[in-house]
Design a protein around this ligand. Structure first.
Ligand code: GLU
Length: 259
């Protein structure tokens, strides 16, 4: 199997229970799969949401608040726990982690962009798993990434990944909203993100997550335009990632055009 540089994005709904508290078993499974993929020789960068969700759980809120100021505070409160849990579990499998908090500013300036790229390369050369989130405390949601689907696509391009895997609470990309239409079918391969494809995406995310299908399609378009494939997969069984790497068509593959 060719060594691949893979960015894996995991959303809040995959990492937490409905109570808002962390789904520790899911996180364990995800970390074990990532560690095992690294043992196979692949390089993995993890983009993890969940800071605001975990922060809300820590202070006893059932749902994410609307106010930006509150979200920022909860992100800070949650991020510390999130990363320390990842770090503890990765350590059990022999890997260290590095926390990377990014903002959209890295895209505005070549110096920042290149310095982030070099830092990622150095971490990867140490065999460390970079764990990325948005630096929510200094982000204002109108001008920043706001959702980690977009962030993960940017990171995939930044590190020149071969593949972006987005783990969500949905099995793949459907031709209509499966929550409303029971005849909705998964589209296994999308090779062009046309207007028609865009119109299949509903706007809503889940109550704990942020992005809906639109942000995932935009992420797919961005990485595909940059020569990177993207797979959208249900994160409820992280072992499915092995099947993706074996070339099995599960979830939806958004395939870049060969030039
Ligand atoms: N950065 C936010 C968090 O960690 C998540 C954004 C998203 O859900 O995509 O909670």
């Amino acid at each position: 199997m060719k060594t691949k540089r893979i960015v894996i994005k995991v959303g809040t709904s995959t990492l937490t229970h409905e109570s808002g508290k962390l789904n520790l078993e899911r996180i364990e499974q995800l970390v074990r799969v990532i560690s095992n993929i690294k043992n196979m020789g692949h390089e993995v960068i993890l983009v993890s949401s969940g800071a605001i969700g975990v922060g809300a759980g820590k202070v006893g809120l059932k749902e994410k608040p609307d106010s930006v100021r509150m979200k920022q505070a909860l992100a800070a409160i949650g991020q510390a726990s999130l990363v320390s849990i990842y770090d503890k579990i990765f350590k059990e499998y022999g890997y260290s982690t590095g926390q990377v908090l990014l903002t959209k500013f890295i895209l505005d300036e070549e110096t920042r962009y290149n310095s982030a790229r070099r830092a990622f390369d150095a971490m990867i050369s140490f065999g460390v798993v970079p764990i990325v989130n948005e630096n929510d405390v200094i982000s204002t949601y109108e001008i920043e990434f706001g959702d980690n689907d977009t962030l993960s696509a940017t990171v995939a391009e930044l590190v020149r990944a071969d593949l972006l895997i987005i783990l969500s609470d949905i099995d793949g990309f459907y031709d209509s909203d499966p929550r409303k239409d029971k005849n909705a079918k998964i589209i296994p391969v999308v090779s062009e993100i046309s207007e028609e494809i865009m119109s299949c995406a509903g706007a809503e995310g889940s109550s704990r997550g942020t992005g809906g299908m639109k942000t995932k399609l935009r992420a797919a378009k961005f990485v595909n335009d940059n020569g990177i494939d993207m797979v959208l997969l249900n994160g409820n069984v992280p072992e499915k990632i092995y099947r993706v790497l074996e070339g099995e068509n599960i979830g939806t593959l958004f395939k870049h055009k060969e030039k």
